[in-house]
Design a protein around this ligand. Structure first.
Ligand SMILES: Cc1cc2nc3c(=O)[nH]c(=O)nc-3n(C[C@H](O)[C@H](O)[C@H](O)COP(=O)(O)O)c2cc1C
Ligand SMILES: [Fe+2]
Ligand SMILES: [Fe+2]
Length: 403
């Protein structure tokens, strides 16, 4: 629902986005929700907000109207995170209401100047500072830097023990429910999957800091988690906390006991080997995620690599280097700091293979500590003998994963 009461004086406003690339690059096949929260004591605060990808805030204003909140009555703009999906509406809000105060961290205040020329009426807060809205509603602020920008914080409403966590505990994916009250196993699987996709795209690079933020969050003793994306967790907030702990563990350690194959091919020689190997792994009842590049969006590719302990890279040689779409995907994996995986590479070449050299370059550049089975290259067409060797190496990979 677009306007939902969470508790007396606390309302969620929510919009859905789809048909866009999130952050300009991640496909979101199931869309994403953007949430804003109104907390009413004697005074009214809005916690985060939202606008669409072009910065248009009309939907937020429409929902404020529907929730019977007058723009002029909003005294505090609590900005947990300056990323424009949550803050882009401020420039329009300023045209309609001038009597307000922005509440944010010091780093966010600096960004506020550069993004919105907002220098006055900014209240800088730090961890444990509070804001009393009257009527028992007290907001307490907690800095959680680098979740997912340097200026981020979370806001905790003390009387209801509601934590407004913005990007933290967010998930992609639209749902037709607001809360976790009656989740079926299927709902949980969907949310876990959309959470994994979101985490791998948005949060993964900062897993060390996200881990600290989750620890900090657990000290709050929150009863309700109200994130900036996804559903509100109030029946069992620990579910989303545990999901996030799993994602963090996958990012800093290994994934599940499954294998992702990232492959590309120009003329089908590498592809032929990939098809054989895919069948071979499936035949062993091991879950395999297979993504052709460049056809697969990086968001999907990253989600699979995050959840898999094993990665197979299959690419021919192109102009003395690895087939570029596969090399670019590996670069992106490096930037996202997926530090540890068990892996195997193979591919076809014509005269001088460039597969190993570029693989080493990328692994070294990003200091990825991947544990490789020996790479296998084959000249031109793949032969039965080649497949036999690759299968042996796949067995070695499976052993390393411990399946
Ligand atoms: C544009 C282009 C560039 C290539 N560059 C190289 C190269 O630098 N070194 C090499 O050994 N083979 C090179 N090859 C040959 C391919 O690696 C070889 O044909 C391989 O079998 C292609 O595998 P595929 O069928 O999976 O695309 C190149 C092929 C193409 C089309
Ligand atoms: Fe963000
Ligand atoms: Fe966000």
């Amino acid at each position: 629902m677009d306007v939902t009461k969470l508790a007396d004086g606390i309302t969620k406003l929510s919009a859905s986005l789809d048909g866009i690339l999130f952050e300009g690059m991640w496909e979101i096949p199931n869309g994403v929700s953007l949430n804003s929260y109104i907390v009413k004591g004697e005074k009214t605060a809005i916690i985060d907000g939202f606008c669409d990808w072009e910065g248009v805030p009309e939907k937020l204003f429409e929902l404020l109207d529907k929730a019977e909140v007058n723009l002029e009555d909003i005294k505090y703009l609590v900005i947990n995170h300056m990323e424009p999906d949550h803050s882009g509406w401020i420039k329009d809000f300023k045209k309609l209401n001038t009597d307000f105060e922005v509440v944010c961290t010091k780093k966010a205040a600096n960004l506020m100047k550069t993004f919105f020329d907002q220098e006055e009426n900014v209240r800088v807060v730090q961890t444990s500072d509070t804001l009393d809205l009257g009527n028992g509603k007290v907001l307490e602020f907690h800095e959680v830097p680098n979740v997912h920008w340097p200026e981020t914080m979370m806001t905790f409403e003390k009387s209801t023990k509601t934590a407004f966590t913005c990007d933290l505990f967010g998930t992609y994916g639209k749902t037709d429910f607001d809360f976790d009250d009656n989740l079926t196993d299927e709902d949980l699987r969907y949310l876990n999957d959309e959470g994994l996709r979101y985490y791998s795209n948005v949060m993964m690079t900062f897993s060390q800091q996200v881990k600290k933020a989750v620890d900090k969050f657990e000290e709050l003793g929150a009863k309700t988690i109200a994130p900036g994306h996804g559903i509100v967790w109030r029946k069992d907030p620990n579910k989303i906390v545990q999901m996030y702990r799993n994602y963090i563990d996958y990012a800093l350690g290994y994934g599940r006991k499954e294998i992702t194959i990232l492959w590309g091919s120009m003329y089908g020689r590498t592809e032929e080997a990939v098809r054989e190997i895919e069948k071979y792994i499936i035949g062993k009842n091991i879950k395999v995620n297979i993504h052709r590049l460049p056809e697969t969006n990086w968001g999907t590719m990253l989600k699979s690599v995050l959840s898999s302990s094993g990665v197979i890279i299959a690419a021919p040689t192109y102009e003395y280097q690895m087939f570029p779409p596969v090399a670019c995907a590996l670069e992106e994996i490096g930037r996202k700091k997926i530090l540890k995986r068990h892996a195997l590479a193979f591919g076809s070449y014509g005269w001088t293979s460039g597969l190993q050299k570029e693989l080493d370059d990328i692994m070294n550049r990003y200091k990825l500590n991947w544990d490789f089975v020996d790479t296998y290259i084959f000249n031109g067409k793949v032969r039965k003998e080649d497949i036999d060797v690759i299968k042996k190496r796949v067995d070695a990979l499976i052993d390393k994963i411990g399946i």
